[in-house]
Design a protein around this ligand. Structure first.
Ligand code: FES
Length: 104
């Protein structure tokens, strides 16, 4: 399956992903600039991405922990998510996310 990622400088990448991988792991493992300092423990918010609006309905809602971390993040929007909290699955094949400026 494919995860489409745009970096803050506007470059778009088409990344091969596997079901069960965290979106953050896909982005990091393909070498794109994402800090993800806590390694996916939902405690740093440096994996902040903007999910294209048409994909939001297919994602589970933000957990309380994710909401709390996003409260501390920079330039949070309605489409903001922590990419370590989203697991790739068939319904998300082709999803597009944009790295938030402070994710790198
Ligand atoms: S990697 Fe730290 S909150 Fe996602």
């Amino acid at each position: 399956m494919i995860l489409n990622v745009t970096t803050p400088d506007g470059e778009r990448h088409e990344l091969e992903a596997l079901a069960g991988w965290r979106v953050m792991e896909v982005i990091r493992d393909w070498g794109l600039p994402i800090l993800a300092e806590c390694g996916g423990a939902c405690s740093c918010a440096t994996c902040h991405v903007y999910v294209d609006a048409e994909w939001l309905d297919r994602l589970p809602p933000r957990s309380e922990e994710e909401e709390e971390k996003l409260d501390e993040a920079f330039d949070v929007r309605d489409t903001s998510r922590l990419s370590c909290q989203i697991l790739m699955r068939d319904e998300l094949d082709g999803m597009h996310v944009t790295l938030a400026p402070m994710a790198r």
